[in-house]
Design a protein around this ligand. Sequence first.
Ligand code: UDP
Length: 330
Amino acid sequence: MSISVLVAGGAGFIGSHLVDRLLRRSDVERIEIVDNLWTGRRENLSHIDDPRVSLTIQDIERADLGRYDEIYHLASPATPLSYMAEPVRTISANVCGAIHMLRALKPGGLICYTSTSEVYGDAEVSPQPESYRGSVDCTGPRASYDESKRCTEALLLEASRVHGVRVKIARVFNTFGPRTRPDDGRAVSNFIAQALRGEPLTVYGDGQQTRCWGYVDDIVDALERFFWRDGVEFPGPLNIGNDRQISVADVARYIAANYGGQAGVNFLPPVPQDPDNRLPDLALARAHLAGWRCQVSYEEGIDRTVEWFRRELAATCDPRSGLHRVGGIV
Ligand code: UDP
């Protein structure tokens, strides 16, 4: 069988890792990546030298699409810095992007969507099972992201219910690792970039808010198994993340102690409507992905990510850094 695949957001942090996994499949004949490089980076694909892959730089909701057997929708910024700066564009990429891509799906095709733990908002229950309906402020500062993810989940599940479209929805919790942009704005990437530059680490609020920090390889393992590898029929939504809860202050202290020299931690005013905690209930994930669990501790994940950041920051200072190999990517 020769499968044609569309990956929207395939030059992004998680998207590019998913492309690497798709390339291991011998049944995939063509992978078309559409990415507007808003938060994605061409460099995330520069290691790929495979004639099956092509990259089109375009907004997904306006892209000229072909017809595909499988579509992966990861076209959205995920950092508050970006979605708060451009909320309309965020809603458009998620919702209009999904509507546009549904039309490009071949009959019997599969569309997979990376939703988010943000659909739970400032959760009143912990851990959060998929059945929890969330506590989201539709007029709050995170609304463009939270509500467009929720709306896209509804859109796809309704397309499945009414039109029989095959869909899969993963709710991805906080993820970090190589290929995050150093200027991405999220906690781990900010702390590492600040530590390596010898600057104080910026913790918002008292740092007692917690997140579960999933290392990207573990998260993409679960996505790969759910989306195609394990023959899972369940459409989701399925929580995917690490379930070890660590406070933001602890992560900052770990990075400052190991990589920050004398920089230390600087406590800044809290961010409005910053959720107190985010903890996935992984019972469903464990039921559907037998034996899957996060293998990489946050300490080890941070150590690996620091190594990547060191190389990345060095390359940014290197005048030859524009000479990235492009392989099959034009
Ligand atoms: N955070 C922080 N300093 C930073 C960036 C983020 O203290 O430089 C905090 C942020 O306020 C939140 C947590 O770290 O409480 C995780 O933020 P991130 O943006 O990584 O992900 P979120 O869970 O908010 O989407």
